[in-house]
Design a protein around this ligand. Structure first.
Ligand SMILES: [Zn+2]
Length: 398
């Protein structure tokens, strides 16, 4: 087999209505090395990561939650969210910016400012499967008390019961995810080339576009690459770095509208790309920094205790001073849009592993990766339940 043909989306009446950008989607990428599209032989049943499998899960397994379509991608695909609990009702009297100027965020959050609202977000980058698989398993826990392995998570159930509202967006960039016709990428030892190629793309000569070079061209013209990777939507835009205050992509608009309606206190934005899991320091309101650091310490300590950090010493991994400030990105925009503390978490990849600090080889098994995902959600929900959310984090001084 010399080449692999990618699934072609139906041309359903698209030519009249589709903008030029969406037509990029219908390009095929026949020169992707077939070896890159190899799956491992035994993919665990809990590893639900392809868009159609996630949609089937939402359709058939979500009973307590409410599944709703919140928007449509640039390529015409549905974006779904799942909702649990009761939303904040009533509106505030001011914009978010106005409430900051007034000195009391309750003027934005409205009469139900005390409610605790959690947003779990995954699949902003389509080649980062861990967060999507983790979100499906979080939904399984919220539905049944156990993940798709049958392992119970009483800490998630207990924390969820103390939170008023949980919203899960399993895949935001459905276009980018659909572009990669794999449920799981074969493990490549300590070589991250294939992960990087599928995630941030390959040039016409097959070499890696690379990170952060992939951010030099937004939107990306797909005719200039061998494979665009899962970063961009079908309009070529990496929505983590959208034109937030100008010409927004439909994925960003859908997320902004969701956040304006729900006003989440805390948003966890799941990505893949680290050697061991860690949250990145967001570029947002300075008043939220202590709360980011509180969550950081809590999560990193718990991950270390679970054997999911580079050493067994929580003091090494739980110091937030090791995180440099991120640049302005989607998490900044969400914060400035609706006041949410939005934290990007980088997961390790199932596709490659690195040694621990002492040189001991460490394999990020699918089970380890699922544990880390669910620990991140568990600690986020518990942090939100215990600290009370946005209106208490930055309460007006008497
Ligand atoms: Zn990412």
């Amino acid at each position: 087999m010399g080449s692999m043909t990618f699934p072609r989306r139906a041309l359903l009446g698209g030519l009249l209505a589709a903008p030029a950008a969406a037509q990029q989607a219908r390009r095929e990428f026949p020169t992707v090395p077939p070896d890159y599209l190899r799956e491992p032989p035994d993919i665990p049943g809990f590893w639900v990561s392809r868009p159609e499998a996630i949609e089937e899960f939402l359709r058939t397994r979500v009973k307590k939650g409410e599944v709703r379509r919140i928007g449509t991608t640039a390529g015409g695909r549905a974006i779904h969210a799942v909702f649990y609990g009761r939303p904040r009702t009533g509106r505030g009297t001011a914009t978010f910016s106005g409430a900051l100027g007034f000195g009391d965020v309750r003027a934005y959050l409205g009469p139900e400012h005390e409610k605790r609202v959690y947003l779990g977000l995954a699949g902003v980058h389509g080649g980062e499967f861990e967060g999507m698989m983790g979100m499906v398993n979080l939904l399984a826990v919220l539905e049944t008390g156990a993940d798709l392995r049958g392992r119970p998570w009483p800490g998630i159930a207990a924390a969820a019961a103390r939170v008023d509202r949980i919203i899960a967006v399993p895949v935001l960039n459905v276009d980018g995810r659909a572009r990669i016709p794999l449920r799981m990428i074969a493990h490549r030892g300590d070589d991250f080339t294939v992960h990087e190629y599928l995630n941030t793309g390959g040039k016409l000569d097959g070499t890696l576009i690379g990170w952060p070079q992939c951010k030099q061209n937004i939107p990306l013209d797909f005719s200039t690459v061998q494979f665009p990777g899962g970063y961009p939507n079908d309009a070529g835009v990496n929505v983590q770095h959208d034109d937030f205050l100008g010409n927004q992509q439909p994925e960003t608009r859908s997320l902004f509208d969701l956040c304006a309606a729900e006003r989440p206190d805390l948003t966890i934005n799941m990505h893949t790309g680290a050697q061991f899991m860690h949250p990145l320091r967001p570029f947002q309101e300075p008043a939220l920094t202590p709360w980011f650091e509180t969550y950081y310490r809590r999560l990193q300590t718990r991950l270390t205790q679970a054997g999911l950090q580079a050493s067994a010493d929580p003091a090494v991994h739980s110091d937030p001073a090791r995180e440099r400030l991120s640049v302005y990105n989607l998490d900044t925009a969400l914060n400035l849009h609706c006041g949410t503390l939005s934290i990007l978490i980088e997961s390790p990849s199932h596709n490659f592993s690195r040694a621990k600090r002492n040189g001991e080889p460490f394999f990020h098994s699918p089970e380890n990766l699922l544990d880390a995902q669910l620990i991140a959600h568990e600690q986020a929900l518990a942090f939100l339940a215990e600290t009370g959310g946005r209106s208490r984090w930055t309460a007006k001084k008497a």
